[in-house]
Design a protein around this ligand. Structure first.
Ligand code: GDP
Length: 480
């Protein structure tokens, strides 16, 4: 009601600048590209700025403007999306010309696709003598990113973040892409946007980077963001300059919050402070009651959701120890469906289940299927917080069977794994009589003789079995 967005008449909509997130494999030059862009567009040394970090800034060129979110990486992007915020219009995928399409490149492509955000590719490090930009283009075709010059639909630009070559042309191409996407917003109404970052600033209290997405934000406006509210006391742009108003696709630092909002919270301007306050307090109360987030789909309740007409597609993220297993699972899952229901693989890759997998699963309402891999304690905690199910298997057909049964509603009761402790192997002692003995340190919980154990290296399972004997110093022990 009071929070609903005012509808726009088509004639009120004006073109707006694109908001860009930079993604790509580690070391391919995301930070370098953002540094170069920021250098020319942000106050030197952040003098006068009231936040520690410039979370977003705009680049002005003759043809228009481009807004950059200064958090490289797909985890940040997907985290926002998992919170229900969609503020990226275009993903700039950085691929190093001297390297190639790598696991995180593919991950980034999958994250962008899941969010239905178009990708513009920056082939970076083209200054290097061993750069092979054409080979990168070739590799990208396998991921449905075909250069416009080759008859495809994707803008792919050779650049060097180091020398700056091609970077301003990249900005022009981003403006062009934005025109093609026909990005529009109505500047003549109450502002709405998204919280990009917040912090407590000394002397000013809670401050937040707000990306205004529609309408115009002005000093004195009453607002609500998550369970925080307030009145805009001051606004600054990325150059550290005070501004009176901020229109669509403009990032500004806002002061006047009752508390620090969360990144991804929707920011809405309201008429009355009293109303904003009541809603904020109600939300805080509700959040306390429902400390658990709405859990996402699980294999067990998928069938019920399907029968209730709520779901026709089971989204999964696949992680396995080797590419061969990833491929088998992916093709098998795709074969399981029929006219009424199907399995969609939103992402697959080699390696342990990581935070980015969980966030993607959360944003896409997917189940994570691990084969011969695990999720470390941090990732498991995140999965619990996000309400994402992680299922791990050691036999291929069991994984396939479980997914098939989920579709048919005939999932066998799950044998539940309960982690009772973590132990670190610090040294191996070789014995001719009994083989290898592991010298261990108990990190948490406990370990008992006869316990089932799983040995992982980089979250990949390398052994599964039972403890034969347990000793502490020279003495047999029941538990340690
Ligand atoms: P990120 O992990 O994707 O953020 O990558 P960084 O921006 O940290 O870059 C990784 C390394 O590549 C750094 O040592 C950079 O100096 C280097 N680098 C980045 N861009 C270029 C480039 O265009 N040319 C060359 N020669 N080196 C680059």
């Amino acid at each position: 009601e009071v929070l609903a967005e005012e509808p726009d008449k088509p004639e009120d909509l004006l073109p707006r600048a694109p908001v860009v997130t930079v993604m790509g494999h580690v070391d391919h030059g995301k930070t370098s590209l953002l540094d170069r862009v920021r250098e020319a567009n942000v106050a030197a040394g952040e003098a006068g700025g009231i936040t520690q970090h410039i979370a977003a800034y705009e680049v002005k060129i003759d043809q228009g403007r481009v807004v950059f979110l200064d958090t490289p990486g797909h985890a940040a992007f997907t985290k926002m999306r998992a919170r229900g915020a969609q503020c990226t219009d275009i993903v700039v995928l950085v691929v190093a010309a001297d390297d190639g399409v790598m696991p995180q490149t593919i991950e980034a492509i999958d994250h962008a696709k899941a969010a239905e955000v178009p990708i513009v590719v920056a082939v970076n490090k083209c200054d290097k003598p061993n750069a092979q930009p054409e080979r990168i283009r070739q590799e990208l075709t396998q991921h449905e990113l075909v250069d416009e010059q080759w008859g495809g639909k994707t803008i792919i630009k050779d650049i060097s973040a180091l020398t700056g070559d091609g970077v301003s042309e990249l900005m022009e191409l981003l403006v062009l892409e934005a025109e093609m996407l026909e990005l529009k917003a109505n500047p003549n109404k109450k502002a709405r946007g998204t919280i990009v970052e917040s912090e407590i600033s000394r002397g000013l209290g809670p401050v937040a980077w707000v990306l205004v997405q529609t309408g115009t934000l002005r000093i004195g406006d009453v607002f609500l963001a998550g369970d925080c509210y307030g009145r805009v006391r001051s606004m600054q742009n990325a150059r550290g300059e005070d501004v009176e108003e901020a229109g669509p696709s403009t990032p500004v630092v806002v002061t006047g919050f009752s508390g620090p909002p969360d990144a991804g919270d929707t920011f809405v301007v309201l008429e009355e402070e009293r109303v904003a306050r009541t809603i904020a307090e109600k939300r805080a109360e509700l959040a306390k009651q429902r400390s658990q987030r709405r859990p996402h789909v699980t294999l067990e309740d998928f069938h019920d959701l399907m029968m209730a007409g709520e779901k026709k597609e089971l989204n999964v993220v696949i992680k396995a120890d080797v590419q061969g297993s990833v491929d088998v699972l992916e093709t098998s899952f795709q074969k399981i469906g029929n006219e009424e229901v199907k399995v969609t693989v939103v992402h697959s890759g080699v390696g342990g289940v990581n935070e980015s997998d969980v966030l993607l699963a959360s944003a896409s309402d997917a189940v994570v299927i691990g084969f011969h891999v695990t999720a470390n304690a941090r990732v498991q905690k995140l999965a619990e917080e996000e309400g994402v199910e992680i299922r791990t298997y050691r036999v291929i057909y069991e994984a396939i069977d479980a997914v098939r049964s989920a579709l048919e509603g005939m999932l066998a009761p799950e044998s539940r794994e309960v982690v009772i402790g973590h132990v670190e192997i610090r040294q191996i002692f070789r014995s001719s009589a009994v083989g290898n003995i592991a010298g261990c340190y108990v990190l948490d919980g406990e370990v008992s003789r006869g316990s089932l154990v799983r040995i992982t290296r980089d979250d990949v399972i390398i052994y599964d079995g039972k403890i034969a004997t347990l000793r502490r110093e020279k003495d047999d022990a029941k538990t340690v």
